[in-house]
Design a protein around this ligand. Structure first.
Ligand SMILES: Cc1cc2nc3c(=O)[nH]c(=O)nc-3n(C[C@H](O)[C@H](O)[C@H](O)COP(=O)(O)O)c2cc1C
Length: 295
């Protein structure tokens, strides 16, 4: 019996010590929070203010797993992520018994079955759209849906290769993005739209001006069917862009025509294009040198 009493006494002592330590920590936190000047929440609500950050961070996980509905999250919701997970593991993507979308939102596209649907040989053929009818080599776009620009470097080699193969299969074009033409864009042998961004990556000289020589080399490539001039840095309005030196390895430097390991600036617009006249001059010049379509 004495043995049990002793254990209980020790446990009680530990409990009191822990309680004391906790009280001491609370007092310390209170003093620290009240006297610091970096965080207004903790200064105004000492101790409990600390839980705000914790709960905010935890909230992200709780919402994702327990509270968010299937189609609530941005930019990709759970239904879309599941769809991709199923598709990439070869599972069935067909979902029976209705839609998980709210179809009552105005503007939701709804496909209504025709009373007398067309048979296989009755579908209207989509005529290819000719781009640059006045160019030396106009481009006939077979599809109105294509792959918009995402630079190699912003997306990885497997991603670029997958897009290239997919574009070839689908008969659509792949836009390089402003990061230049990598060997991976050519994997699938698809049509390529070469984007000339404001830093003119891949078609620039050492000073960042358009290099006719490099432009010709790019346009000589049979897969490169069009040039696209990106006029400004739409996603960074008024600021231009910066590619940090840490991301400029030997391969990126070679593809883009810049120095290894150095920051590279994408100006807010093409330095030589002040107005529409300049833009037309640039388009004509690229058409002449590159012998192809520009849009
Ligand atoms: C990783 C990444 C890289 C991108 N790089 C470029 C680029 O180099 N040039 C460009 O014009 N747009 C670029 N974009 C923008 C896309 O081409 C596209 O316009 C944008 O993602 C909006 O389309 P979405 O809503 O289908 O994503 C990039 C987008 C992403 C996600």
């Amino acid at each position: 019996m004495g043995y049990v009493t002793q254990i209980l006494e020790v446990l009680a002592l530990v409990f009191v010590l822990l309680l004391g330590a906790a009280a001491l920590i609370v007092v310390l936190c209170y003093v620290i929070d009240r006297t610091q000047t970096g965080d207004a929440i903790r200064r105004n609500y000492p101790v409990i203010g600390r839980f705000r950050n914790l709960f905010t961070r935890l909230g992200e996980f709780f919402r994702q797993y327990f509270f968010a509905m299937d189609r609530e999250e941005m930019p990709f919701n759970r239904a879309q992520r599941d769809w991709v997970a199923h598709a990439t593991t070869g599972k069935d993507n067909t979902i029976a018994f209705g839609s998980t979308r709210n179809l009552g939102v105005p503007g939701t596209p709804i496909f209504v079955p025709a009373v007398f649907p067309p048979l296989d040989d009755q579908f209207a053929a989509t005529a290819p759209m000719e781009i640059g009818p006045g160019a030396a080599i106009p481009y006939k776009a077979r599809s109105i849906f294509n792959i918009s620009g995402m630079s190699y470097g912003a997306i990885s080699r497997p991603a670029v290769e997958a897009l290239s193969r997919g574009a070839a299969k689908a008969g659509i074009w792949l836009n390089t993005g402003e990061g230049g033409l990598s060997p991976y864009h050519l994997t699938g042998n698809c049509d390529i739209v070469y984007q000339i961004g404001t830093a003119k990556y891949g078609v620039r000289d050492a000073e960042g001006r358009l290099s006719d020589e490099r432009l010709r080399a790019v346009s000589d490539h049979p897969c490169v069917r069009m040039f696209e001039i990106k006029l400004a840095q739409g996603a960074k309005p008024g600021k231009g862009g910066i590619l940090p030196g840490a991301k400029v390895d030997a391969e990126v430097a070679r593809i883009r025509g810049i120095a290894v390991g150095q920051d590279s600036i994408s100006p807010n617009r093409h330095a030589e294009v002040d107005d529409f006249d300049d833009l037309l001059d640039m388009i004509c010049h690229i058409r002449e040198v590159g012998l192809g379509t520009v849009f």
